[in-house]
Design a protein around this ligand. Structure first.
Ligand code: FAD
Ligand code: PHB
Length: 394
């Protein structure tokens, strides 16, 4: 048995866990990060792509934004497409100059891993059988196996950054949590295509056949999504069928289309909204997808994870530097304010842009009216823009 001691034990090396480790390091606080997947798997996992201004600013301020500054694609707006036409929502003009940046989640993760390696603080991959206990005592315990050997970390606090399928949240007695949940009757079929983006901005499209999203990762890689069934069988979709469906849903009267290219990756993701309250139990603090999941239509998931750990790192810094726990006490409430705002926005974008399976003509006409309102009313488009670029990080 290997026994280790640290101040903060972090479970999960996604954006939440790695960013927390980074922010704690800057405050002089010791941490150990454990991850049950391989390093290559975590780096290669294709997920989020949109960074809010607050996330970008935090990366730059804390010294992990150099490559982001060079390679990130700054977007001053997005486009909404319906009935064969695209309409621009100008974020910069509507929000006093705020914008979003396209930079893959895996790139964020790579930059954070590089920063972690420089600090020489521990980050263990491929750990097995992780168990978190004693978090209602002053000395929580994390147990795991690494290369066949049992390990035990005694810490002051545990950060549960282990995503929606982790062990931290299920370790909290169900009677102490309230879980709010909503399933959506659709999923997204996503592809990465080796093709130059044919638009400088994202295009969110509502078509009679369902939602489609045009996004990108670099000047040579396009990211595209199609609304599908939540349990869609990818095997039924040949590359040709995916392109045919995309071209149909992005059929614009000005002739605009995504460029085609070799499909490098495809996947199906179901859509859920989940919020766990409170985000803390004793000395266990949940952050990111471990505490909340949003449907991807609002592009909020990774940004919420970063906002949580920013609040948590400040609270832990106050605890260690001033011996006070009031920011730890208010952690959950402060995070949940932003989380519920993001839930509202993500739910609204999702219901405006997806066709329900029963295909009600009433709903479709109502959705078109909603989109029409958003592109013609300055108040409505300002509301979308404000929510999309995100609340400032406090
Ligand atoms: P995760 O990234 O899930 O990280 C958790 C980590 O914990 C993982 O590495 C996991 O392997 C590890 N882990 C799990 N169990 C254990 C265990 N027992 N022990 C140790 N480690 C464990 N968000 C946006 O902001 N913008 C977008 O544009 C966007 N688009 C998306 C598109 C898609 C298709 C998907 C699926 C998601 C998207 N998201 C988006 C959401 C975003 O990817 C997540 O919200 C984000 O990954 C949350 O980060 P996290 O660190 O909390 O969780
Ligand atoms: C992405 O680029 O992967 C992306 C963009 C916008 C979203 C969701 C995902 O709303």
């Amino acid at each position: 048995m290997t026994r280790i001691r640290t101040q903060v034990g972090i479970v999960g090396a996604g954006p939440a866990g790695l960013f927390l480790g980074h922010l704690l390091h800057l405050e002089g606080i010791d941490s150990i990060i454990i991850e049950n997947r391989a390093r290559e798997y975590v780096i290669e996992r294709v997920r989020a792509g949109v960074l809010e201004q607050g996330t970008v600013d935090l990366m730059i301020e804390t010294g992990v934004g150099e490559r982001l500054r060079r390679e990130g694609m700054r977007h001053g707006g997005v486009q909404l497409a319906f009935q064969g036409r695209r309409h621009r929502i100008d974020f910069e003009e509507l929000t006093g100059g705020r914008s979003i940046t396209i930079y893959g989640q895996n790139e964020v993760v790579k930059d954070l891993i590089a920063a972690r390696c420089v600090t020489e603080r521990p980050l263990y991959y491929d750990v097995e059988d992780v168990a978190v206990t004693d978090f209602d005592t002053p000395k929580p315990l994390i147990r795991f196996r690494l290369t066949g050997k049992e390990h035990e970390i005694r810490c002051d606090f545990v950060a549960g950054c282990d995503g929606s399928h982790g062990v931290c949240r299920p370790g909290i007695p169900a009677s102490r949590l309230c879980v709010y949940e909503r399933e959506y009757p659709f999923g997204w079929l996503g592809i990465l295509a080796r093709a130059a983006p044919s638009s400088d901005e994202l295009v969110y499209a509502l078509h009679e056949r369902g939602f489609a999203l045009f996004s990108m990762r670099s000047p040579t890689v396009t990211r595209l999504y199609l609304q599908c069934a939540p349990d869609e069988d990818l095997g039924r979709w040949s590359d040709e069928a995916i392109w045919a469906e995309l071209m149909e849903r992005f059929n614009m009267s000005d002739g605009w289309r995504p460029n085609r290219g070799e499909i490098a990756q495809k996947s199906v993701t179901g859509m859920r909204s989940v919020v766990v309250e409170p985000m803390r139990h004793g000395r266990l603090f949940l952050a990111g997808d471990a505490a909340h999941i949003v449907p991807p239509t609002g592009a909020k998931g990774m940004n919420l994870a970063v906002a949580d750990v920013r609040i948590l790192s400040r609270a832990l810094a106050q605890y260690y530097q001033q011996g006070r726990g009031d920011l730890l006490e208010t952690y959950s409430d402060r995070c949940l304010l932003r989380v519920w705002r993001a839930q509202r926005f993500s739910w609204w974008m999702t219901s405006m842009l997806h066709r329900s399976r029963d295909g009600s003509g009433f709903d479709y006409r109502r959705q078109i009216a909603e989109l029409d309102y958003v592109i013609t009313s300055r108040a409505a488009m300002t509301s979308l823009a404000e929510s999309y670029v995100g609340m400032a990080l406090g």
